[in-house]
Design a protein around this ligand. Structure first.
Ligand code: FES
Ligand code: FES
Length: 155
């Protein structure tokens, strides 16, 4: 079954035709070309598809596009364009928080969501907030240091 929906993505309104089974991840990547959000496990296990939906961190592979009708979506492209978390991106680079980069957009969205709620998280809080994001390359140490540094830069 087809649905006509409206999505506000990174500040732009889109009228879209979607099938009942299409996820928000499908629509962002295939219809809108926003490939910064990654298609990993497709079952809520890896965090690569993390975005903000109406200002809340969600896994876009677990949200049906039809259910998101009228919603406001922020992807990593929008996060970068806003400049609000440029210090977080810089800290990831400084601390080698990425290698292949496949997980990075998801980590940035999750870390930004954490820092928005808690400007001074301790290491345990950062680990807990990022527990849903998997990285097969970095060993997580650089990511943890990057978020700690970003937290200090934001104070
Ligand atoms: S692709 Fe969504 S959690 Fe892995
Ligand atoms: S940098 Fe490769 S999966 Fe995280």
């Amino acid at each position: 079954m087809r649905h006509e929906i409206t999505l506000h993505v990174n500040g732009h309104e889109h009228r879209l035709q979607v099938e009942s089974h299409h996820t928000l991840l499908d629509v962002l990547r295939r219809q809108l070309g926003l490939t910064g959000t990654k298609h990993g496990c497709d079952c809520g296990e890896c965090g690569a598809c993390s975005i903000w939906l109406n200002d809340r961190l969600v896994l876009s592979c677990l949200v049906l596009a039809a259910e998101a009708d009228g919603a406001h979506v922020l992807t990593v492209e929008g996060l970068a364009a806003s400049g609000e978390f440029a210090h977080l991106q810089e800290a990831f680079i400084e601390h080698h928080g990425m290698q292949c980069g496949f997980c990075t957009a998801g980590f940035l969205m999750a870390a930004a969501a954490l820092l928005r709620e808690n400007a001074r998280p301790d290491a345990a809080t950062i680990r807990a907030a990022l527990a849903g994001n998997l990285c097969r390359c970095t060993g997580y140490h650089g990511i943890l240091r990057a978020v700690q540094t970003a937290s200090r830069m934001r104070r």
